[in-house]
Design a protein. Sequence first.
Length: 303
Amino acid sequence: MLEIRRLRLLRELSIRGTLAEVAEALAYSPSSVSQQLALLEKETGVELLRKSGRGVLLTPQAQVLVAHTEALLTDLERAEAALAASQSEVSGTVRLAVFQTAALALMPAALRMLRERHPQLRVEMVQHEPETALRETWARSFDLVVAEQYPHHAAPHYPGLDRQGLTRDTIRLALPPEGSGTEYDAARRLRDAAHLPWVMEPHGAASRHWAEQACRSAGFEPDVRYETADLQAHVRLVESGNAVALLPDLVWVGRTPSARLVSLDGAPQRTVFTSMRSSGVANPMMLAVRGALEETARELLPE
């Protein structure tokens, strides 16, 4: 009889590529991962791993096991969902990955709602960039992810992950308050910000690429003097008169902005959505968390 935990280690190795990354993802030591995979080879009676430089490669036989392991984990998740649905009370643990803006704007009210309605439900939340969070949800490190997608920039798709819209928020040019300086006060549209200092997320972020393309479409290359993934830092730099930025409306939830917000041509919107493995969509825990997020989003950003 093959051991499911060892099979999962093999699957993780197929995803992550190194024993060290598998160990970090599953909170094992690298030596423990190696020992367990050696035992799996002994159980199967076939070679599963071959050395390749400092790493290892999966053999064709290992790939066969990985495919069946995925099917087994999917069936187990469906069984867990069916079992949970048979209970009279929603209970258990949901591991949730959320990007920063959603964590600040949506999660406080959603968590309070869940605590009041389902006191036996435990929600564990980790802040992650959407691209990483989607991959980790597919890899089964999380149960549910709140992610984002900028106009004309599709978020990554992974097999077996569903996608359900949560809300859409308009992206606007955020300028310092009136009176911050002539160079800022004179800006009335995006192209007026051509000679102003900008704050943007680091290269590689979908929001950075979208913002640069928006500026280029307006006829200029932005002078990006400040880079940070923290949108609250963007807000502070704008409101203190040090920069301009392209920011989605969700960053202003729960506060009255002192920044001057200018609408863009075409009123571009960012899409916020939830995603989870299709095998767990019927689980009452997932339905409860998704429902609370959707209700919160409707209240905060009514269409």
